[in-house]
Design a protein around this ligand. Structure first.
Ligand SMILES: [Cu+2]
Length: 125
């Protein structure tokens, strides 16, 4: 009887292992809605300054270095959020496809990525 229970447990374990192995065959898993994309404020730049994410993805801005920053949406999609030594992270979940530009108001006068100012763009697909 004990042997039977042990054998069943062993078989159940083996089945679980085989099931786990038969899933992804070397391909990258699809991004899940709960996944987070991190953008770092380093010096006077957002890194990376251009990201493409799926609908439902959360973006987390993280303060790493430099003077006090903020994260301001071009379309006021969110209230301007401080990003500094005391407010180290800001998160926003993008639930609608589109192109969303943002900037750090102390360190950028525009929303044009690639002009050497502290701004960025998020493409939601
Ligand atoms: Cu800044």
């Amino acid at each position: 009887m004990r042997l039977t229970i042990a054998a069943r447990a062993l078989l159940a374990g083996l089945v679980a292992v085989l099931a786990a192995c038969s899933g992804d065959k070397g391909t990258d898993p699809e991004p899940q809605p709960g996944d987070v994309t991190v953008i770092e404020a380093v010096g006077l730049a957002f890194t990376p300054d251009r990201v493409t994410i799926p609908v439902g993805r959360k973006v987390r801005w993280v303060y790493r270095s430099g003077p006090a920053h903020d994260v301001a949406s071009e379309t006021n999609l969110w209230p301007r959020a401080p990003l500094d030594a005391s407010a180290r992270t800001f998160e926003f979940t993008f639930n609608t496809p589109g192109t969303y530009r943002y900037r750090c108001t102390p360190h950028s006068t525009n929303f044009n990525v690639g002009t050497g100012q502290m701004n960025g763009v998020i493409v939601v697909q």
